[in-house]
Write a protein that binds this ligand. Structure first.
Ligand code: S3P
Length: 450
């Protein structure tokens, strides 16, 4: 599929007429819910707005669990899963294909390391280039036996083992690695302790606590192996909206000076640093009706794009902040192109091992757009111009969903129309992206065709 983006050439007129967009269920929470739910004996119902809102990454986790004998099904208005209990997973009859989903691959490595059977994980071309050995090495401290390819990549072969509980310091702040160890820790004898260099998203800790999995998470995170938890038989888990998907529409609303309302969005503070940066840029935001369910805060978010009267201000993001907005950095740097002056992101080396080398991909496309910038080993500085026009140039997103969505939004401010190819990549995380963007800026500007 291709998208034809016609830039907004007339001066932007602020609009206080609110546009309401409901985000897909939070992908990070949903992966964890499917996996942890499988290890209980409860029946889970997860309401969804449509089958189409569910991303390919989440489907990858569902299919992985199905091949481990977990009854899981997706309908038009819900996902249903029947937990099989702590020791209820069955040996898969074939290799488990994690498609493009790094979270599926890493979480499965942790889950499968302590099973009584062997398994193999594969992935698509992009996932097969991403690092798996650093997690395999950490899990090896727990006795796990995981063989990667010589380059440390998928396919991996996991020989299920009796795991031992150890104390682990993560080499990088990665929620995927942390979660993999905690999942392995559920099957280890004794107390597994994980420390991370700086905090990453904490959905696993919250869900394990809410489900009674014997976790403590004050300074270090500790999980007790083989603890039996009791939950109700029937659970309806409303997953809040995905913050990382929302970031794209928030950025578009800011650039288009529109008022945007996003109901029921995940407001977990380990995910929302992007909002703090927006405030620094001069954007007014508000959250309403904030509640907590299963220890995850959620609420309605209002972005007052219509109240931005001054040019956007530039920002600095560094070190400890990075894991708290890791997936929002591509769209944040895209916003920086339209701020007044130099914005810098540093300490973000992890961006080089995402679905693509995102630092390189961003820098190359921005240069092609005519932006002045400096790419460093662990970040980028871009020179923003508040009323800038980007040069029309082919979009190179390498199939990376977050680069594709960022560059599409940037294209609304190019000097002539552009055709963007292979836009199906958005389905990895946000299948309704083009439809939502169209709702935000209008049929004239965003056209999708086969
Ligand atoms: C995720 C963690 C992040 C993020 C990814 C999803 C998760 O990766 O980039 O999209 O659900 O745990 P790391 O924390 O491993 O860098």
């Amino acid at each position: 599929m291709v998208a034809r983006i016609t830039p907004i050439l007339q001066p932007i007129i602020a609009s206080s007429e609110p546009i309401v967009l409901r985000m897909p269920p939070d992908k990070s929470i949903l992966h964890r819910l499917l996996i942890l739910g499988s290890l209980t004996t409860s029946h889970f119902k997860v309401p969804i707005t449509s089958r189409n809102s569910i991303s390919d990454d989440v489907i990858a986790t569902m299919l992985a669990l199905e091949s481990l004998g977990v009854p899981v099904d997706i309908g038009e208005d819900s996902i249903e899963l029947q937990g099989v209990g702590r020791h209820g997973l069955r040996a898969p009859t074939h290799a488990i294909n994690c498609a493009n989903s790094g979270t599926t691959a890493r979480l499965m490595m942790g889950l499968l390391a302590g099973q009584e059977f062997n398994s193999v994980l594969t992935g698509d071309a992009s996932l097969s280039q991403r690092p798996m050995k650093r997690l395999a090495d950490v899990l090896a401290e727990m006795n796990a036996i995981i063989a990667t390819m010589p380059m440390g990549t998928l396919p991996v072969e996991i020989a299920g083992q009796h795991l031992r509980a150890v104390s682990i310091m993560l080499p990088v702040a990665s929620a995927q690695m942390k979660t993999a160890i905690l999942l392995a820790g559920l099957f280890a004898k004794g107390m597994t302790t994980v420390r991370e260099p700086t905090q990453s998203r904490d959905h696993t800790e919250r869900m394990m606590e809410a489900f009674g999995f014997g976790i403590e998470h004050e300074t270090a995170i500790r999980i007790r192996g083989n603890q039996v938890q009791e939950l109700e038989e029937e659970i309806v888990y409303e997953v809040p909206g995905d913050f990382s998907s929302a970031a794209f529409m928030i950025a578009a609303a800011v650039l288009l000076r529109k008022r945007l309302v996003i109901p029921g969005i995940c407001l977990n503070p380990s995910r929302t640093r992007f909002l703090d940066i927006l405030s620094i840029m001069g954007v007014e935001l508000e959250s309403e009706n904030v509640t907590e369910a299963w220890l995850e805060p959620r609420g309605d978010l209002i972005i007052y794009g219509d109240r931005i009267l001054e040019p956007l201000k530039p920002f600095q993001v560094e070190g400890e902040e990075v894991p708290l907005l890791i997936d929002e950095l591509p769209i944040l740097l895209t916003l920086a192109l339209f701020a007044d002056g130099e914005s810098t992101v540093s300490g973000a080396r992890e961006l080089r091992v995402k679905e693509s080398d995102r630092l390189h991909g961003l820098a190359s496309q921005f240069l092609a757009f005519g932006v002045e910038l400096e790419e460093t080993e662990d970040g980028i500085s871009v020179h923003g111009i508040s009323d800038r026009r980007l040069w029309s140039t082919p979009i190179v997103h390498e199939g990376d969903h977050r680069l594709l969505m960022s560059f599409t939004i940037a294209s609304l401010f190019a000097n002539s129309s552009m055709t963007i190819e292979k836009i199906d990549a958005a389905e990895v995380s946000y299948p309704e992206f083009f439809h939502h963007l169209w709702q935000l800026c209008g049929r004239m500007n965003v056209e999708v065709s086969e």
